[in-house]
Design a protein around this ligand. Sequence first.
Ligand code: TNX
Length: 506
Amino acid sequence: MVLPHSLPLVPLPAAAVVREGRMPITAATRVHGDSPAAGILIDAVARRAGFRPVRAEASETPQPGDVVLRLEDAIPASEAYSLRVGEHAQISGADEAGLFYGVQTLLQLLRDDEGWSVPHVDVDDAPRFPHRGVMLDVVRHFFSVAEVKTFIDATSALKLNRLHLHLTDDQGWRLQIDSWPRLTELSSSSAADGDPGGFYTKDDYREIVAYAASRHMVVIPEIDLPGHTHAIGVAYPDLVEAPVLNDGLVQQAESMGQPLPVAGEVYTGWGVGHSSVRIREERTYDFVRDVVREVAEMTPGPYIHIGGDESLGTTQEDFDHFVERATRIVTDAGKIPVAWHEVGAAEDIAEGTVGQYWGLTVPRGTHAAEAAHFVERRGSLIMSPADATYLDMKYSEDFPLGLTWAAIIDVRRAYEWEPTAVLDVADDAILGVEAPLWSETARTLEDVERLVFPRVAAEAEVAWSPREAPGREWESFRGRLGAQAPLWKAEGIRFHPAAEIPWSDR
Ligand code: TNX
């Protein structure tokens, strides 16, 4: 018996046994089962190996070398699957997500070693955490629907199941809202650095949501409030306060040669914390209610993220007042609010609000207490510690893309942290993990891919694999990660070939 960590799999499966022998996959391989995952498998084999397995007729019995996909009640949990490879391969899923994940495992096992084949294995796999997310900031730089789909393909293949879209910020507003049309008419064409912006029409957004669902990813739309709202004021000046310029902001702008925010004018710098909606005006809540209603209408997933980060120019009393109302506006719209951990400073947030912790792995100041308050309010926590999960941090001092304020994050640092060990809350209060990609320095999809890959694979393993599984450690991980190179190349993923990883070429 060979241990599971000798298999080239990321994330590491919960349990796996390798047996002698390999099953060839050829143009004669037939794929049985009417799951959409069958089509995904056939297309991926074609991209990788250059031939297309065919779909079997429903009446045909599996022949050696065939792949069978089947929903199975006996598989215990949602998203779980088993994979048996012998004469033929059988993927059994608890649900369609399980079949999709079984297909991803089979694709990682597929190797060209004197012909394409997969090893004889028994894999029984299920996720550790229900929430395994990645965030894309489409404001600082905008990414088209096609680019977002490419991003979904690449990240869902690592068994990530949440796509958090950061849709609004100081530099632009990216989502059509019918009741406040000037948001996209006047505030969408800008981006950071004076680069071109863009926005998603409602149909565009629905297309992204549907595509994500086809890859078993739930979209979490974020409307960042009450700060990060300069762009709202470009469209509707009476909804926002005048910019608050603190010394840090002024110095940063000067040293980077970036502009300062000017009321009513497009903002293209990277500064944070200078903007706010008008918290004591009722019209602000009409606005929030309309936006939340329209976003809820086009979002089948259970969550709406209302931001809440870095409201640096707002008094604590005003901030609390705002987020207590905003979280209730989301629950009144039938959705679960998600918010950055600062929102936990407010006593009376809506029950069940999910907090997203973005402090450090060793919490500073009030961050841990703010995060714990979500749990006191019957909510749970998404862990995004900035010095471990932030995909916009540099890999090394001299890496051309990325920022450094939280940490330099090499692949090992992205891997070696434990989501239940950061905060003093019950383990079952941790919903899961999310790795955010802020896009100040990522101007193109290629920049995004270089920052995200390979580190997002480390976060996928932290989120999916059991803490105690043999092989759930760095030396095993770096070998298994290196084995993803041929698959990623075949998929056109422009990953950073980090020197820590022994990249393989077959
Ligand atoms: C902090 S993390 C922010 C973002 C920036 C990011 C850059 C968080 C909730 N807010 O506005 O883009 O740092 O790393």
